[in-house]
Write a protein that binds this ligand. Structure first.
Ligand code: CP
Ligand code: NVA
Length: 305
């Protein structure tokens, strides 16, 4: 059966560990993994802006021996009303995998239902699971392990990053805390699923509107823009107490590292001194998109007909 990666819990704890082990190997031996030799083509489709996702998939697919077909929605018939199902049927006759950045989660689910090749979520409104694989690789490099590590995410608790941290960190057996305004909570279904996963992996899930409770003693502080793509013009005053600044960082473990998926807005969700300071691992995190996604593609292709 074809395997897809549409949300973080599409990988079991053991499978997530396999992908992260492979990501570490892909980083150590950068040109050693060649599952796309031929070259086989991977379609990488964008309905929204991107810098890191575009660069890392294009680079990674080339390094796997393949060819990346990068397409913007605006220049494809998908952007003019051709159905997702018809697009999926055309793509599967020619490409080996489909990577898609789009809006509604139901869109990527429809793509996966309509095709026999693996589909990878390169960000939807609901989840950003490839980013969390890179973040987990970065945490593992810094802390030596994932199980038992506490990650606190502060800011917009209702966005794709918050949801993916909930599922991805719970899968890894981590303690995940979401600190954000009570008026903008994470999706209740995602919190329930993360709690269920954490119960089996030895992790835990905390959702709080108290930034100090979220950050206190944490091994990892993470944040994200307060204004996600498609939300332009929204008010941000309610997020200000959750800014990752020196004061908040002082509450975390003295050895805490700081993550941000980028793009970052200095002086908003993160202070410049923190983003550019000694505890920041954001550039490793951005690089690890490459290694984690190469591992993911290799892993999915090996398990798909
Ligand atoms: N972090 C991330 O996904 O960056 P891009 O939006 O630039 O791809
Ligand atoms: N939450 C952000 C992540 C960007 C990588 C967004 O959806 O715009």
């Amino acid at each position: 059966m074809t395997r897809h990666f549409l949300r973080d819990d599409d990988l079991t704890p053991a499978e997530q560990a396999e992908v992260l082990d492979l990501a570490a190997r892909a980083k150590a031996d950068r040109f050693g993994l060649r599952p796309l030799e031929g070259p086989r083509t991977v379609a990488v489709l964008f309905d929204k802006s991107s810098t890191r996702t575009r660069i890392s998939f294009a680079t990674g697919i080339a390094e796997l021996g393949g060819h990346a077909l990068i397409m913007d929605a605006g220049t494809s018939q998908l952007g003019r009303g051709e159905t997702i199902a018809d697009t999926a049927r055309v793509l599967e006759r020619q490409v080996s995998a489909i990577v898609w950045r789009t809006g509604g989660q139901e869109r990527i689910e429809e793509m996966a239902e309509g095709t026999t090749v693996p589909v990878v979520n390169a960000l939807t409104d609901a989840f950003h699971p490839c980013q969390i694989l890179a973040d987990l690789q970065t945490v593992r490099e810094a802390k030596g392990a994932l199980a038992g590590v506490t990650l606190a995410y502060l800011g917009d608790g209702a966005n794709n990053m918050a949801h993916s941290y909930l599922l991805g960190c719970a899968t890894a057996g981590m303690h995940v805390r979401i600190g954000g305004p009570a008026a903008q909570p994470p999706d209740a279904g995602v919190v329930a699923r993360a709690t269920e996963i954490a119960a089996a992996t030895g992790g835990s899930v905390t959702v709080t509107d108290d930034p100090a409770r979220a950050a206190g003693g944490a091994d990892v502080l993470a944040t994200d823009t307060w204004v996600s793509m498609g939300e332009e013009g929204k008010g941000t005053a309610l997020y200000e107490p959750y800014a990752v600044d020196e004061k908040l960082l002082a509450l975390a473990d003295p050895e805490a590292i700081v993550l941000h998926c980028l793009p970052a807005y200095r002086g908003k969700e993160i202070a410049a001194s923190v983003l550019d300071g000694p505890r920041s691992r954001v550039w490793d995190e951005a690089e690890n998109r490459l290694h984690a996604q190469k591992a993911l593609l290799a892993w999915l292709l090996e398990r798909s007909p």
